[in-house]
Write a protein that binds this ligand. Structure first.
Ligand code: NAP
Ligand code: G4F
Length: 330
């Protein structure tokens, strides 16, 4: 089996490359830029991945990558994925996170691989928006209404619908995973969980004295990225293309994540170490996300293995190991 992953340098790209390689796939990864700063990291960690140059905003490069890799499965993970950044760069976000999906689908179609290449589209819980009127009791599922609250969410909703449109119009196997927040050791430091666990480790080791954050009250449904990429793969093995929610079914505030992370290093009162920075507030906020993964559990047999406390522990321990202060040798 051959798989092409766009977004190979990202969190999920790394977990997925590892998983597919372990399953015996020949793995290809799309990498952008003439000198991508993360290229050598990917080459070092995943020497078995064949890197192909390309950018989801450049249709020609996508056709070339698809033709070169002839993938049985294409996982479209590439995106501008940071919600705050999308408010500052809405036009670029629309091009990459929205129209980039169309470019990927078109590359598969014009390369005449629409009958043989299955496509996974990385849709997101950000499409739901977390507003009161739009919040179902057990959590959002595949039938819930969408009301995106950021340029990122709006771009992702375009990607979601164009993916479904190609499924319906061209009879292509295009599956959308609507994934709630998932984190881990590979999470970018610009996201709140990793920013916190990194800061906790550095504060514990005396390398910094506080961390600046935005809103602490929003709630998210957090899971472990390793469990979620396994769900992506399961979706692609299912007989038919469809939409599936992956979520933990639990929701916690940023403050609860913060408290739990400090607790891991024996600090019960985190307040002296946290300052609010108004520059980190967003023009619109998603108040609360809670997902209902019943369909993925019943249809795919998907199960998550890492719970909330396990996730926080993994991330804090990883960052503690990275920030160990070397002992001076006399
Ligand atoms: P991530 O760590 O931010 O990775 C994003 C990837 O997209 C990077 O490899 C980046 O490569 C690539 N990329 C950005 N612009 C590109 C372009 N123009 N052409 C080609 N590649 C480009 O994101 P992630 O957490 O792994 O998430 C994977 C996907 O799932 C994303 O689409 C995200 O929106 C979606 N998602 C994530 C979550 C979550 O909680 N993690 C939840 C729901 C959905 P560079 O190194 O070149 O920047
Ligand atoms: O970690 P975040 O940036 O993740 P967010 O906005 O929920 O988006 C992530 O999950 C989505 C799935 O629902 C993905 F589609 C998306 O690609 C991304 O992976 O922020 C979480 C919460 C927000 O309410 C934010 O306002 O934390 C709050 N927050 C408070 N202080 C902060 C900070 N977020 C960040 N990034 N940095 C802060 O300093």
């Amino acid at each position: 089996m051959r798989a092409l992953i766009t977004g190979i340098t990202g969190q999920d790209g790394g977990h997925l490359a590892e998983l597919l390689h372990a399953k015996g796939y020949q793995v290809f990864g799309l990498i952008r830029g003439q000198n991508n700063a993360r290229r050598h990291l990917v080459e070092a960690e995943f020497p078995y991945v064949t890197l192909l140059e390309g950018d989801v905003t450049d249709p020609t490069s996508l056709v070339q990558a698809v033709e070169a890799s002839q993938p049985d499965e294409l996982y479209n993970l590439a995106a501008i994925s940071h919600v705050g950044y999308s408010f500052r760069n809405p036009s670029l976000t629309a091009e990459v996170t929205g129209k980039g999906v169309l470019n990927v689908l078109e590359a598969v179609r014009v390369a005449h691989l629409g009958n043989t290449t299955k496509v996974y589209q990385a849709s997101t819980s950000e499409m739901f928006g977390g507003l009161d009127y739009n919040r179902p009791g057990r959590g959002y599922n595949e039938s819930s209404l969408f009301h995106p609250r950021s340029p990122y969410g709006v771009a992702k909703l375009y990607g979601h619908w164009i993916a479904k449109n190609y499924r319906e119009s061209y009879d292509m196997f295009v599956t959308c995973g609507i994934l709630f927040n998932h984190e881990g050791e590979r999470r970018g430091a610009e996201f709140v969980t990793r920013k916190i666990t990194r800061a906790v480790a550095r504060i514990k080791n005396g390398l910094q004295d506080h961390v600046e954050l935005g809103d602490l009250w929003p709630k998210r449904d957090w899971g472990y990225a390793g469990d979620y990429v396994h769900g992506m793969w399961q979706m692609m093995q299912h007989g038919e293309p469809d939409d599936f929610v992956l979520a933990s079914g639990e929701t916690r505030s940023v403050e609860q994540f913060l408290a739990s992370a400090f607790e891991q290093v024996g600090i019960d009162d985190w307040t002296p170490f946290v300052r609010q920075n108004p520059a980190l507030l967003r023009p619109a906020q998603v108040d609360i996300l809670l997902g209902d993964p019943a369909k993925a559990e019943e249809v795919l047999g998907w199960r998550r293995e890492v719970d909330f406390t396990g996730l926080v522990k993994r991330m804090v321990n990883h960052d503690l190991a990275l920030t160990q202060v070397p002992v001076a040798v006399a």
